[in-house]
Design a protein around this ligand. Sequence first.
Ligand SMILES: [Mg+2]
Length: 295
Amino acid sequence: MEENKKLVFIINPKAGQKKREEVLPDIINVFYEYGYDTEIHFTRFQGDATKMVGRHCRKCDLIVCMGGDGTLNEVIEGIIESGVGAPLGYIPAGSTNDFAASLQLSSVPVTAAKNIVNGTPKYIDIGRFNERYFVYTASTGIFTRTSYETPQNAKNILGHFAYILEGAKDLTNIKPLKLDIEYDGKRIKDEFIFAAICNSTSIGGVMTIDKQRVDFTDGLFEMLLIKFPRDLIELGTLINKLQTQTYGEGVELIPISNAVIKDNAANDWSLDGEKENGKRETIFEVFKHAVYFIY
Ligand SMILES: [Mg+2]
């Protein structure tokens, strides 16, 4: 008899409010119907998923992770660090699933599982930010703290709305980001209210980038820079530009493959929703086609 293929299923039990106990048997059944024996591992602490990949995924045929964007980020870090070659599928179950939304992954877990086993893997690009990897967004400035400081419970109950509420608190106390950015042989030095490098059509649920501009496999990430407004009139103009996705003069959207970002104040960043301590100099690089993703 032909042996079943091996699937390693990494689950973050703390992500999202969906009733895992109810959907889990159905998901495992889908995998079984498509010829996979499933080995389940629940993450216990931050960084656990990265270690699990190195420990359990070297000899498997398919890796699937279920959780939020933070869990996906950890699994991808494990895949790159351990040189694991199996394709990766993602069942989004967190409150912030910007990457899942960008790839139009189903939010119904069983449907997402079916799409994975029926899917065709594609190599996608991953960003490196100093020593850490990120899948879809690195950001600093307004709205950044909220992506990792909003308590998990509030994230689950309020979802994206929590981000916006927390962001509003930041408005009373905004300092400009003074950044000196060299990218692909060019340079921008200015004061910004927000800066992001992303490979996604949605940033923290508060900003959207046109699908036409985002390609997960082109070796480029989009750098979004929002200038610091001098007054309320300028703020209004910037908000309008963001809402209508009009770029240039105040709101820049530039495809880049690498950058060196200098920031004397060493402001903190958020990488896929997790805090990253700021540095005076940050090196960003795209790893083209770094992960074999199936969806
Ligand atoms: Mg791209």
